[in-house]
Design a protein around this ligand. Structure first.
Ligand code: UD1
Ligand code: UDP
Length: 376
């Protein structure tokens, strides 16, 4: 069976790298890869780390790309690849434009689709935007739904998806996270350069920040104001790998540059970012993936969103939804910094998103075998 895995952005690459490795190790499966390069530099960081040499690279990223332009380019680009390479099945992950169009292009050719990380729902089509609808579109097309949690599987049952096609596997991000943590422990040189950064901030508590959501662009100035106000405290330092999207990087450069306890750094490769997660006191983010990783490392997460399709972190007590109002962000950060009991309650390690074995289960099911093990 020839299986084509299609992906294009950093989080898809991080979460699919262990699936691709598992497919390559599965007898009877010929694994092919197509990267759309919806992201370029941030995608290449992950490809390099995992030694993935894509069979097809559409090289689509353009600076400040619009949803219309990237979506249109994806459909013709992926369509051509499917026509030339003729896979028996397509795999997509998550909720990006690449995932949605990968599924659609497969559907136009009547190819079956496996969806990794299926069933996450916020219930609000504008938050996250456009990801909530992207993910729902993939669900209407796929015939294999790999739900990370039972909550995600239940959302699919409510939408009348045949339960026989839904498999609770855990999230492959936990596979990636645990494997990377082990690799860093065995090979500390993988996180070269961080010592220097940490030595700048000795004796200070570290807040790790990331932000990039399209629905938060209008609030970027407010988020920057909040970070600036938090950094008035001399007992903390902010480490902020800045997303290269001009809507994010432009505002942050303008508003936060030159502050001695704010380190705005380029997007980090995965081992460096995992090491930062491990070293920080807590995280301020609107990222989906980071909401899944932080609980596994016992790091409190303040989520700069009003709703989340990943409620498990909130239910576990590790994450709090705080929105993007600057006063609220500052108050929540100060509460975590000053109230030890609150901090301790949020910093207990939980792993609601998986056990690190999701990719093997997914590869087995794709190959037509039953998974050796199951979370259910
Ligand atoms: C995309 C996904 C989002 C996902 C995010 C992960 C869609 C609609 N959005 O959002 O779901 O959460 O990726 O990060 O699919 N850029 C670079 N270099 C890179 C990557 C991006 O310069 O390596 C800049 C470019 O100017 C690009 C812009 O960022 O045009 C936006 O990239 P895009 O993929 O459209 O949106 P993201 O906000 O990254
Ligand atoms: N990440 C990374 N380097 C960074 C910031 C994030 O490797 O500088 C990883 C992070 O660990 C997570 C993923 O990128 O696995 C999240 O990507 P992003 O926040 O861009 O997208 P989302 O998860 O919101 O779709």
């Amino acid at each position: 069976m020839k299986v084509m895995t299609i992906f294009g952005t950093r989080p898809e690459a991080i979460k699919l790298a262990p699936v691709i490795a598992a497919l390559e190790a599965t007898p009877g499966v010929v694994s092919r890869t197509c990267v759309t390069a919806q992201h370029r530099g941030m995608l290449d960081q992950v490809l390099d780390l995992n030694g993935i040499k894509p069979d097809h690279d559409l090289d689509l990223m353009r600076p400040a790309q619009t949803l219309d332009a990237i979506t249109a380019a994806l459909l013709t680009g992926i369509g051509d690849v499917l026509d030339k390479d003729t896979p028996d099945r397509v795999i997509v992950q998550g909720d990006t434009a690449t995932a949605m169009i990968g599924a659609l292009a497969a559907y136009y050719r009547r190819l079956p689709v496996s969806h990794v990380e299926a069933g996450l729902r916020s219930g609000d089509i504008y938050r996250p935007w456009p990801e909530e609808v992207n993910r729902r579109i993939v669900s209407t097309i796929a015939d294999q739904h790999f739900a990370p949690t039972t909550t995600a599987a239940e959302a699919l049952y409510r939408e009348s998806i045949d339960p026989a096609t839904v498999h609770v596997t855990g999230n492959t991000v936990i596979d990636a996270l645990l494997a990377t943590r082990d690799r860093i422990a065995a090979e500390p040189a993988m996180t070269k350069g961080l010592d220097l950064l940490f030595s700048r901030f000795r004796q200070r508590r570290i807040i790790l920040v990331t932000t990039h959501r399209r629905e938060n662009f209008a609030a970027m100035t407010a988020v920057a104001e909040a970070i600036s106000a938090i950094a008035e405290r001399r007992d903390i330092a902010v480490i902020f790998p800045v997303h290269p999207n001009p809507n994010v990087a432009g505002v942050m450069e303008r508003m936060l540059k030159g502050r001695d306890n704010i380190a705005m750094i380029p997007p980090q490769d995965y081992p460096h970012f995992v090491a930062l997660l491990n070293a920080c006191d807590f995280v301020l983010t609107d990222s989906g993936g980071v909401q899944e990783e932080a609980p596994a490392l016992g790091k409190p997460v303040l989520v700069m969103r009003d709703t989340t399709e990943r409620p498990e972190g909130v239910e576990a007590g590790t994450a709090r939804l705080i929105g993007t109002d600057p006063q609220r962000i500052v108050a929540e950060a100060n509460a975590l910094l000053d109230d030890r009991a609150r901090y301790d309650a949020m910093s207990r390690a939980h792993n609601p998103f998986g056990d690190g074995e999701a990719s093997g289960r997914i590869a087995a099911i794709v190959a037509g075998r039953s998974p050796i093990d199951s979370l259910r």
